[in-house]
Design a binder for this molecule. Structure first.
Ligand code: AKG
Ligand code: FE2
Length: 215
């Protein structure tokens, strides 16, 4: 543990602060974010077949983010997200200008192996991730390996920081966990610089209400 209560992993390129947001506040934030975020179901075509990302996602900040080959216009910061950004910045000791908010509706949602290495984040990005709601597994593997070298259960209020050359040496994943019935929200703060991404690629994403008012 460092002075700030951060557990250090993989040569200090992953740091985890358990309970960074206290439980009552984390629960209140989960409810507010669920209710107030204009969730987007990201739809795209793959080999002519319509696909949808297995999670809902929204971008905030000053710059478009290139995600799964699609470019999305970000929404402006809200007072709440600005406040959370300041907390993340203080611990990560950097400034962030972009945020991806993702909703894993239940254990059927997840994100497959990837690295956060889109050109806009620069060479060795510092990325801060805040989790709320259901606890989910976060796996890390070395590039070229099939098995994870690190498995973290990210719970409500946990802060995870990735930095150094981790995105070049490793990939990460939030696997499907069919036993999980509750939703999870994850916020990843990033710093985007350099040339703006290409013009928007055609996609059929749409804002969805979740949970559905009816259900
Ligand atoms: O949900 C998480 O903990 C990770 C999300 C992630 O890897 C990403 O947004 O790039
Ligand atoms: Fe990621």
């Amino acid at each position: 543990m460092t002075a700030a209560g951060l557990a250090s992993l993989l040569d200090d390129r992953i740091r985890v602060a358990r309970g960074f947001v206290a439980p009552a506040r984390a629960a209140a934030l989960m409810a507010t974010l669920l209710r107030e975020t204009p969730w987007l179901a990201v739809r795209y075509e793959n080999g002519g077949r319509p696909r949808e990302l297995p999670r809902l996602t929204v971008n905030y900040g000053e710059r478009s983010y290139d995600y799964s080959g699609l470019v999305f216009t970000p929404l402006p910061w809200t007072p709440l997200l600005t406040e959370l950004r300041a907390l993340a910045e203080a611990t990560a000791e950097t400034r962030f200008n972009a945020l991806i908010v993702q909703l894993y509706r239940d254990g059927e949602d997840g994100v497959n192996w990837h690295a956060d290495d889109s050109p806009g984040v620069g060479r060795d990005p510092i990325i801060a991730s805040l989790s709320f709601g259901a606890t989910r597994q976060f796996l890390v593997r070395a590039r070229g390996a099939s098995e994870p070298c690190l498995t973290l259960a990210l719970a409500a209020g946990d802060l995870l920081i990735m930095r150094g050359d981790l995105q070049h040496t490793h990939q990460h994943k939030v696997p499907r966990e069919p036993g999980v019935t509750g939703p999870r929200i994850n916020l990843t703060f990033r710093t985007l610089a350099g040339p703006a991404p290409q013009p928007e690629v055609a996609h059929a994403s749409r804002v969805v209400r979740w949970p559905d008012e009816e259900g």
